[in-house]
Design a protein around this ligand. Structure first.
Ligand code: F6P
Length: 351
């Protein structure tokens, strides 16, 4: 058997741990050969693959990024105005590919499903620092991103205390606020703003004033997808060539400008950006990567094509690729961590 591995979409710490685990679990089996597909689905379109042997995956599990490279928003379903699925299928046949393990998020699973239906057998393994993939309660990359954001807020708190300032910290999290919620609670943020809970400016200002009166500083942890009641998320840029053109970012700056005239204290914003996706994976993400990678290899060995590895209620399983895309896993308003945070006195910017 000859199996391909690719990483698609934005990178996340722990991708290499998954590649390493898939490779180890499959290479142990006689007669299985692996090919690394370069730069995600772009590598299938541009016919760029390389052998993935024991040497190629040696020691990679601890590294950040992805040794295979990745591409965002590149899909053989429509690339530069043409459907490239037949080309991809012809290439896969020409190099004797029996199937592909695609490690990625929602978008990657959508493309994997389309290719699987078109005749190229696919298995999915979930990753994203946003932790918002349906049927996956903990995705690879999330644990590291939570640790990174927590450390950043810890650092921002000490300067906020020194200067008696209101400090806003903007995290990634386009549609779901898991990262802002967990890191915000871990770092003791006073106000946490999520895409799922629309905020009122007056409520945020009142919470800031209460914090200033009580402790002479305030920390606001805001997800990039947070939006005002009845309003829209802050768009940083549009990439017209992309099937998903909107890039969010900048809500912390918008809020800084809006809060400044309402507060006596100085207000400052920090946008953490891609630092959240970089660096070596935590032990937690390495272990999760190993488990998901082995589970993906098991699906390959079982011939269970067309499925993604799932993680629900602590158990590994699988779910059809078609069940994943377009079903963002949002933070429910009654999530226990939201209850706990409210009991701790955290404001979510709602009335
Ligand atoms: O989906 C993961 C994510 O990190 C989002 O939280 C963020 O909006 C997006 O990727 C940023 O993507 P890019 O690297 O293309 O700007």
């Amino acid at each position: 058997m000859r199996i391909g591995i690719l990483t698609g979409g934005g990178d996340a710490p722990g991708l290499n741990a998954v590649i390493h685990a898939v490779a180890h679990a499959l290479l142990q089996q006689d007669g299985i050969e692996l090919l690394g597909i370069e730069d995600g689905f772009l590598g299938l379109i541009e016919r760029r693959t390389r052998p993935l042997d024991w040497q190629a995956v040696s020691g990679i599990a601890t590294l950040g990024g992805t040794v295979l490279g990745t591409s965002n928003q590149v899909s053989p379903v429509s690339y530069q105005g043409r459907d490239r699925r037949d080309d991809v299928l012809n290439y896969a046949r020409a190099i004797g590919l029996d199937g592909v393990v695609a490690i990625g998020g929602d978008g990657t699973m959508f493309i994997a499903d389309a290719l699987n239906r078109h005749g190229l057998p696919m298995i999915g393994a979930p990753k994203t620092i946003d932790n918002d993939i349906a049927h996956v309660e903990r995705s690879v990359g999330f644990d590291t991103a939570v640790a990174t954001v927590t450390e950043a807020i810890d650092r921002i708190r000490s300067t906020a205390q020194s200067h008696s300032r209101v400090m806003l910290v903007e995290t990634m999290g386009r549609n779901a606020g898991w990262l802002a919620l967990e890191a915000g609670v871990a770092a003791g943020a006073d106000i946490i703003l999520l895409p799922e809970i629309e905020y009122e400016l007056d409520a945020i200002a009142a919470a800031c004033r209460a914090c200033m009166a009580r402790q002479r500083h305030a920390i606001v942890c805001v997800a990039e997808g947070a939006k005002p009641r009845g309003g829209q998320a802050t768009v940083r840029t549009r990439i017209e060539s992309s099937p998903d053109p909107i890039r969010l970012g900048g809500v912390a700056h918008v809020l800084t400008a809006q809060l400044t005239p309402l507060l006596a204290a100085e207000v400052r914003a920090t946008i953490l950006g891609h630092v959240q996706r970089g660096g070596a994976p935590t032990p937690g993400d390495r272990v999760l990567g190993a488990q998901l990678g082995v589970a993906a290899a098991d699906l390959v060995r079982a011939g269970a094509w067309g499925n993604m590895v799932a993680l629900e209620q602590g158990s590994l399983g699988h779910v059809a690729l078609g069940e994943v895309s377009g079903r963002t896993r949002h933070v429910p308003a009654d999530h226990p961590l939201i209850h706990a945070a409210r009991r701790l006195g955290v404001s979510f910017g709602d009335a």
